[in-house]
Design a protein around this ligand. Structure first.
Ligand SMILES: Nc1ncnc2c1ncn2[C@@H]1O[C@H](COP(=O)(O)OS(=O)(=O)O)[C@@H](OP(=O)(O)O)[C@H]1O
Length: 574
């Protein structure tokens, strides 16, 4: 039997409003509509499906104050985390948001009408107070505080929701369960006791051992319920993590564990968040909830100390577990004992015992460099998923961006480099020569500074997409302006390594060796605004390499570029 929901009744608003769906859909078309952000969407989904029971909407001022100050709604029910719809003054005016108004809430991804919101009140929260009481400080190194103080809008709107349509998802549909679906699933499996495990990270052997120990200690089954909504900025994306969880699942004894994804927007609120997580798991039918070390902790504060004590979350959930009706299963950090080839909680390890550990930083380093990840730490099938997501430099794309005067030799160097890289193989090679781009992508542009910047912006966009897809990209426009080149670097570096090569062949030499007579035409005024003649060229401030065709030949320049790429591991043979 699944656990009873928080407050006794699962507030599944979809089920409740299903008989009126056609009517609500028609009304939603006629109302002013508010387009929700990704964060709002996560909250909305869990309000509508009952994951946040007993609430049926976004908090009114009375409920908000209660939750912020005492973890409780005005009627005394526990919640842990305030759930608010934040808006700015402009939105309030534009949509006439005021008590009694009915507003359609819309999905920004596909403009679907998701819910009708009846406004009860509009209020201005004291966000610094909220930060201090909910997160324990107003230090904005805390991502929850940062979001609250810098991203969340000035006003909150309280009121109830009616469900119009479900949010569409396109990934891992078979693993997404609403609370009602999960409850039915447990009943079908005949699970009496379910211990839920929350995670926003990949799982390794330690996590498997911890969850199995929890199951054993409670004679329960295991629900792995990872967060796939919003987690801490910089976390591994949920696509990779879900592939990891799927790879791990067969490592549990048959029938012991199930996997269900939770579309939650985490706040990284430590103890308060742990209480909220326990409530959410109870609503999903779990009878037990694992709280480990530094649950939902955001890391270091501005003084370099952890925002929360390692077991603060356990202490808070402990206080409420009886009233709440979900049992906390607390765990200390699991540590590997090589001499026994097993994991044990740190507090059960006798002093002097040999232990091994691989920190998160060390794991990332090993993934980046291809160094071994031992079988005592993780399973090969899990490591395989993580390695696919962390290709070695030799498997990744990069961009060599050459800049210089017309006829500086950058096109010849680009062509020779293309042939050299193609001979080496290993990845596709893409060329973005100035003249080709002008012909294919930028034919309507001229040579004003603005047009040149747009042109470089387009090259940067294409180069960044190709780099992301694993190609070696060689771009060779004149690119006379620093700002545009630096913007290109910034964009492309998000996808892979970027090298700025200044082809610093002097203008006189470029002009002297110009067989096409272009400089001559520019000198005569037949071409206006020509770089080096009557338009500026800003030399790069910090190029990765400077070459000069007056002094070097193409072959030696290509060799210098190859050595640069090699020094970053990009040309390693695997
Ligand atoms: N006013 C002016 N200034 C500079 N260059 C000019 C100009 N007018 C035309 N051309 C020809 O356009 C080619 C250079 O374009 P780019 O896209 O590399 O320039 S930029 O990076 O957008 O500044 C380059 O062509 P190719 O020589 O065929 O590469 C120039 O000869």
């Amino acid at each position: 039997m699944a656990n009873s929901p928080n407050g006794g009744i699962l507030k599944d608003l979809f089920a409740r409003d299903l008989p009126r769906q056609a009517e609500l859909q028609a009304e939603a078309e006629t109302l002013n509509a508010l387009t929700l952000t990704e964060r709002h969407l996560c909250d909305l989904e869990l309000i509508l499906n009952g994951g946040f029971s007993p609430i049926e909407g976004f908090l009114t001022e009375k409920d908000y104050n209660g939750v912020v100050e005492t973890n409780r709604l005005a009627d005394g029910a526990l919640l842990g985390m305030p759930i608010n719809l934040d808006v700015d003054q402009e939105t309030i005016d534009r949509l006439s948001i005021k008590p009694g108004a009915r507003i359609t809430l819309r999905d920004f991804r596909d403009d679907r009408n998701l819910a009708i919101f009846t406004v009860e009140d509009v209020y201005k929260p004291d966000k610094v107070k909220e930060a201090n009481l909910v997160f324990g400080s107003d230090d904005d190194t805390h991502p929850g505080v940062k979001y609250l103080l810098s991203t969340a809008k000035e006003f909150y709107v309280g009121g109830k929701l009616e469900a119009v349509n479900r949010l569409e998802h396109y990934d891992f549909l078979d693993l997404r369960f609403t609370p009602s679906e999960l409850r039915a699933h447990f009943n079908k499996l005949g699970w009496q006791k379910v211990v839920a495990f929350q995670t926003r990270n990949p799982m390794h052997r330690a996590h498997r051992e911890l969850t199995v120990r929890a199951a054993r200690s409670q004679q329960a089954n295991v629900l792995i319920q990872p967060v796939v909504g919003l987690t801490k900025p910089g976390d591994i994306d949920h696509f990779t993590r879900v592939r990891v969880y799927k790879a791990l699942l067969p490592r549990y004894p048959n029938g012991m564990a199930a996997l269900a994804l939770l579309p939650l927007a985490m706040r990284m609120g430590g103890p308060r968040e742990a209480l909220w997580h326990a409530i959410i798991r109870k609503n999903h039918g779990a009878t037990h909830f694992i709280v480990g070390r530094d649950h939902a902790g955001p890391g270091k504060n501005k003084n370099g100390k952890d925002h929360y004590g390692p077991y603060d979350a356990q202490h808070l959930v402990q206080q409420y577990q009886e009233e709440l009706g979900i049992k906390m299963v607390e765990f200390q950090e699991m540590i590997y004992l090589p001499d026994r080839d097993e994991y044990q909680p740190v507090n059960e390890i006798p002093e002097g015992t040999r232990t091994l550990n691989i920190s998160g930083t060390e794991l990332r380093h090993r993934l980046r460099t291809g160094k071994d990840i031992p079988a005592w730490f993780s399973y090969p099938e899990v490591v395989k998923v993580l390695r696919e997501q962390n290709p070695l430099p030799a498997q990744k794309g990069f961009t060599v961006f050459m800049t210089g005067y017309q006829n500086s030799g950058k096109d010849q160097i680009a062509r020779a480099l293309q042939v050299t890289l193609m001979q080496g193989g290993g990845r596709p090679v893409s060329m973005l020569l100035g003249e080709n781009v002008r012909h294919e992508l930028s034919s309507e542009l001229g040579f004003t500074r603005q047009d040149r910047d747009v042109n470089i912006g387009r090259i940067a966009f294409v180069a960044s997409e190709l780099t992301k897809a694993g190609a070696a990209v060689i771009a060779a426009p004149i690119a006379p302006f620093n700002a545009a080149r630096e913007q290109a670097r910034e964009l492309i570096e998000k996808s892979g390594p970027f090298f700025l090569v200044h082809v610093a062949t002097p203008l006189e030499y470029c002009e002297k060796t110009d067989r096409r007579g272009i400089y001559a035409a520019a000198r005569k005024g037949e071409i206006k605004g020509f770089t080096g003649v009557d338009d500026p060229y800003e030399s790069p401030v910090k190029p990765d390499l400077t070459v000069n065709l007056e002094k070097q030949d193409v072959r030696s320049i290509v060799h210098e570029i190859v050595l640069l790429l090699e020094s970053r591991g990009l040309l390693d043979r695997l």
